[in-house]
Design a protein around this ligand. Sequence first.
Ligand code: FE2
Ligand code: FE2
Length: 303
Amino acid sequence: MALTWQAGHGHTKADDDVSKRLLESAATLSYDPSAEIDWDAPLPDDHFGLNPEWSTLYGTRLWDGMTERQRVTLTRHEVCSIMYTGIWFETILQQMVLRDQYLKNPASAEFQFALTEIADECRHSIMFARACAKMGVPAYRPNKLIAQAGRAFKAVARGELAYGGILVAEEVLDVMQRDWMRGENVLEIVRGTSRIHVLEESRHMKFARQEIRERMRHASPARRRASATGIAMGAYIIVTSMIHPGVYQAAGLDVQRALDEARASEHRKTMMRTSSRHLMAFLAETGLLTSRSAAVYRKVNML
Ligand SMILES: [Fe+2]
Ligand SMILES: [Fe+2]
């Protein structure tokens, strides 16, 4: 009987309808990357890893002095660095979502969609791993401190904190990938994997927003403020770890100079701010944009 299962966080019938629609959508349109992507196609020499405008150095003096070859190499390493960060985050996500669903009603659409999302992330991580191998870029990993922070976050994050972290990563990636999938001078392997990811992640983002709204419905002001800060800290880690400094070395650049110019780039700041607009609006709407969290977002140019 359904009544014997824990309903959890004040989850209502209307909430479950959202999950039901997402489940139906997943049944209608989901992808198998192993069949969908042409993994054997050669990589044209002149194709970028991501649209040059998405390179951390685009528009800097350093970029202007780079050869076309260096630009291609840099963007391929940058896209792989982001994909490796994606894999890292997807493994965190899977653990958090699975724990959140522990002993919840298996008959509910919420439970079934949560597990569908985990299955999606499994395919995504394998897809990104194969794409990086194809581009010949070895694994970039976060440094020890950040790796430990990630471990701590996934161990303690619950409810809106877990889904907030998930939403940040998904939103930021979504905006970039929408450009990558349309980039005519971007590698087909990046365009194809981005198309699959954008489509399946749009359901994940709807699910995360729904979960956050549910948890915030009865949250006390103190809990709301604490979660807002926690999500902002998660966002800080995510956006500062996306690009590994090793990408500059791979392109034959002076790493310190590249880091300095990337950090000072006005173009970069604008790209970050524009791609975070939707996320910031949602956080504001749910009361998760506090003065303390806004200060963190400003620091990483998301606001
Ligand atoms: Fe994913
Ligand atoms: Fe996702």
